[in-house]
Ligand binder design. Structure first.
Ligand SMILES: Nc1ncnc2c1ncn2[C@@H]1O[C@H](COP(=O)(O)OP(=O)(O)O)[C@@H](O)[C@H]1O
Ligand SMILES: O=C(CO)[C@H](O)[C@H](O)COP(=O)(O)O
Length: 453
């Protein structure tokens, strides 16, 4: 989020999934600057440096020269709540190239043409940095308290990015008694997957691990004292909505779901159960395959030019076709998670259990497909809004209820349900995964053919 001092107050935000800064991110990546090592070797177009450069190059007079501060959303919210413009270590490290050990790297900002920040000692993007959970100023200001209907002075914590708050809300749960492979193992064997509009894959380690195409290692950016690697998929919930809502049978689906007082996804899931006959539901996509990068690939390919692909379409467009296309899309997202996990494991992570949260974790089909396709058990939290649990953990630390984030995590995250993989279906998913990998290989070949003379 970027906040301008003057200009149109209704248009002072750039959304996280905004991809306008393509030319800027290419130039940033061409510098091969050492800070890029901590974003998987390639900076994402979604990060703040390319967006800032875009603003300087395209809105110099109306925004760049006049802006008081440039904020990430969580820092903007804590500033509005307390009047304190200190930034969270999480946002600066994960999105703005700040290093927990070395601070800002002047040479990077100079090299990409944003030397202005160096000259004014980073006052507009943050020169006071606090660990997530630290108490900010004097808490909620009287003005913010009035807006929120809360007492003034309530403790406000230095924030976490939403995905990181979700990770904090699930990854530390006590798993004793569920027979999970991660029981009695270090917390580093758990991968938190926060699945909403997009998905984020948060793995932690005791020592820094460099995973090509996966962001990090970021020290203490999620769990204090641990390094964080963050994989991600730029559109997941958004992709499912897009595929379903854009289908010719969507009006029929909507009418039928409304008549049953169900969400379209609950209706589709029960429709798939009806048409699967005796076979497992996942087998309905034997000849329908999707590559899910409709908005580029964030991890592990780090290629924003990639596009979505569907193979196996027929002339019919009825509710069965919609349901099967929806299933193939859900599966494609789960295959994307498998690809990210493989990249993380190849670099040194050892992951045995997934902890899912976010809007998509409310969808039982999405959860089961993640278990089946990765071959790992999926833990769902008791409190489905785990991002809010993460925020509450930070608040509890800021108000002094817990001495450390780790202690608050262990006490406040709770396992709700465990979904096991159907290992008997493994061979089928292994074959579909082979096709999945071929799709991207072929897409790259098409691009090369079209580039040739
Ligand atoms: N009850 C539900 N059943 C199935 N899918 C859901 C449900 N609720 C939300 N979703 C999916 O989750 C996505 C939004 O997730 P959410 O975590 O709310 O978003 P954000 O990441 O923007 O905070 C939607 O795009 C939708 O696909
Ligand atoms: O910052 C992120 C990753 O670090 C998330 O992608 C961001 O929080 C947006 O999430 P969503 O698109 O699901 O709302």
């Amino acid at each position: 989020m970027l906040c301008c001092h003057k200009g149109d107050p209704h248009r002072n935000i750039i959304m996280w999934l905004d991809h306008r800064a393509v030319s800027q991110v290419h130039r940033i990546n061409e510098t091969k600057h050492s800070v890029l090592q901590c974003v998987g070797g390639v900076m994402s177009v979604e990060m703040q440096a390319p967006k800032l450069l875009w603003l300087k190059e395209n809105m110099r007079e109306t925004c760049w020269d006049k802006a008081g501060h440039f904020f990430d959303l969580p820092d903007f919210l804590s500033w509005k709540a307390t009047g304190v413009s200190a930034r969270s270590l999480c946002s600066l490290v994960c999105k703005w190239t700040y290093s927990a050990e070395k601070g800002w790297d002047d040479s990077f900002w100079k090299m990409i043409g944003l030397e202005d920040f160096v000259a004014d000692n980073y006052s507009k993007i943050g020169n006071q940095v606090l660990p997530p959970g630290a108490s900010l100023g004097h808490g909620l200001t009287p003005e913010a308290a009035k807006d929120l209907g809360l007492p003034a002075g309530i403790a406000v914590a230095a924030s976490l990015i939403d995905a990181h708050a979700g990770g904090l809300g699930v990854i530390g749960a006590d798993v004793r008694g569920y027979g999970l492979a991660c029981e009695g193992q270090p917390v580093t064997s758990r991968l938190a997957v926060i699945c909403g509009t997009s998905s984020c894959h948060m793995g932690i380690s005791k020592d820094p691990i460099f995973v090509p195409g996966v962001w990090g290692p970021y020290f203490s950016a999620m769990v204090p004292g641990f390094w964080l690697n963050e994989g991600g998929q730029s559109v997941t919930g958004k992709l499912i909505d897009h595929m379903v809502q854009g289908h010719a049978a969507f009006p029929e689906l909507q009418a039928k779901a409304t008549a049953r007082c169900q969400s379209v996804y609950a209706y589709l899931n029960s429709h798939l159960d009806l048409i699967k006959k005796a076979r497992p539901v996942g087998f309905l996509t034997v000849d329908l395959h999707v590559w899910p990068d409709f908005h580029g690939n964030r991890s592990p390919l780090a290629d924003l030019t990639l596009k979505g692909m569907v193979t196996g379409l027929k002339l019919s467009q009825d509710l069965d076709d919609l349901a099967i296309l929806y299933l193939a899309t859900v599966q494609a997202i789960a295959f994307g998670t498998r690809l990210i996990i493989e990249a993380m494991e190849a670099a040194g992570h050892s992951i045995s259990t997934l902890f899912l949260c976010g809007g998509l974790s409310k969808n039982p089909l999405f959860v089961q497909m993640h278990a089946d396709i990765t071959g790992m058990p999926v833990v769902l939290s008791q409190e489905v809004e785990s991002v809010l649990v993460g925020a509450a953990i930070l608040g509890a630390c800021a108000s002094g209820d817990f001495a450390s984030v780790q202690e608050a995590m262990a006490r406040m995250s709770k396992v709700g349900k465990v979904v096991l993989p159907r290992l008997e279906d493994k061979r089928y998913y292994d074959k579909k995964y082979q096709v999945f990998l071929k799709l991207v290989e072929h897409q790259k070949e098409y691009a090369a053919i079209m580039k040739g003379d």
